[in-house]
Design a protein around this ligand. Sequence first.
Ligand SMILES: Cc1cc2nc3c(=O)[nH]c(=O)nc-3n(C[C@H](O)[C@H](O)[C@H](O)COP(=O)(O)OP(=O)(O)OC[C@H]3O[C@@H](n4cnc5c(N)ncnc54)[C@H](O)[C@@H]3O)c2cc1C
Length: 525
Amino acid sequence: MKLTKSHALLALMPISFVVSLPQNTERAVAVAPPQGLPPLNDIIANAKSRPGGACCAALSYVLGPKVGYPLSVSYIGTSASFWSQQEQSVTPNCVVQPLTTQDVSAAIFVLSVLSNQTRFSNECKFAVKGGGHTPQRGAANQAAGVTIDLAAFKQVKVSPDRKTTSIGPGSRWGDIYPQLDAQNLAISGGRVAPVGVGGLVTGGGVSFFSGRYGLVCDNVLNYELVLPYGKVINVNASTPDLFKALKGGSNNFGVVTRFDMRTFDSGKFWGGFVVYPLSTMPQQVAAFVGLAGAQPYDPYAALIHSYAYTTGSWSIANNYEYTRVPAQPYPPTFKPFTDIKPQLLNTMRVSGLTDFTVEIAATSPAGKRQLFITLTHGLSGPLITEIYRAADTALQPIKLALGLTYSISFQPLPTEITTKASNTNSLGLDASDGNLVLVLLGIQWTLATDDAAITSAANGWLVAAKAAAAKAGLSNEYVYLNYAASGQDPITGYGAANKANLRSVSKKYDPDQIFQKAVPGAFKL
Ligand SMILES: Cc1cc2nc3c(=O)[nH]c(=O)nc-3n(C[C@H](O)[C@H](O)[C@H](O)COP(=O)(O)OP(=O)(O)OC[C@H]3O[C@@H](n4cnc5c(N)ncnc54)[C@H](O)[C@@H]3O)c2cc1C
């Protein structure tokens, strides 16, 4: 029998690898380690089976103390930094906390090679964590595998011409905005301070500035990306296939280590919350339809229209932002809302972007059990009313769940937003969709014993809401990835052509399908 390079490696490998070598090992080992790494043979020789798993052992050999194990300070810190209790309770074998792009490259090299060689064994499966704000278990934390926590990637660097800001995927929006506020600049990003950058930008992103600049992903001018096997590339308009794939492609193509974001002049603007009793709903819905369907849509307006059930009753809590600078308080666009009385609370004021995003964060504390579920539909007042009623019906069997808060929010997604860059992102939204409404049902509760009933209520709501939209002839297949529940399929919602394109780009840049097979969390192609 002729000896191949794979056979030579067998001698160096622990027994657990010998039994599971895949057919394509030749190709995997042919990939050179990124510069500065020990030889591949040494890495494999150090991938000994031990309680933390062979993959964690190999990562420790390469990255030393940047790999943390249960009970270590770094491991506990990563676990505690997830937003939902479901994600906090996932226990990876080890957590990698890279400090540089080279560290990420090294980790991805090791994980790509060993995943492939172990036929994608669980201990070499990995998750990528940005800010850790996805509710569902496993999206950014890998049970009995490896979690790469990008928390150290917090750079915020404005270019000398003030037109681009480079931000790290482990930043929270609340880390970034104070630095931009101080320079009267802004970027399109999240509306809630503690939410992370990595997931929000790779999944789409709705911002206060979407009326002017489109979705958050439409504002990325360049990505620094670590591909499978650790190659680091810049992805921009000169690589249009991957550039488009990353705009909505989530964790399917590699690990983004830097986003270069379009930056614009800003300053203090008008915004805040107004809370009303549920009895004002007919006026609210009319005002929503007026604003969301206006021709033309007012590009400075940003609205989250929410129905919130807490402590036994419903109220309406609207978040208004009008991003024109100098600030224009109580603009005509919001008058149909701001004229509605009575108002139970009114925080409208002129302030900075940071302040508004800190205010919204108060409604979504970390550490509870969480569920998000979503749909998108065409604009119609009666349909909004019916979808709210379906949420109320779904609530009835679970309303005594300990610690329950329950809200349904409606956000305008007019063509003004969806057509800004529809050819250059993968979301599948365009002018033919007309003015849309993005709906999010969000549920928080305390006990795992209520999970099944709450998930069933949420799924029941979705069935009813979709049926109502279909009956009204206003269904839309778009499912916003960053609001989707684990049983939903946002990639299919991008449409057949986009899905096929994403798959073909994935095969081109990831022929071994590392990010499909070894990164199981969230939404796969
Ligand atoms: C309280 C709250 C407020 C929100 N507000 C908004 C809002 O204003 N606008 C909006 O559009 N959405 C909003 N969202 C939804 C938000 O976009 C998603 O929860 C998003 O996933 C958060 O990103 P993250 O980095 O914190 O999440 P994570 O859970 O860390 O990551 C989410 C997914 O992205 C992947 N990922 C993360 N970083 C990278 C990376 N660098 N490279 C490749 N893949 C990566 C992860 O693997 C994971 O699958 C909000 C969510 C919450 C909970």
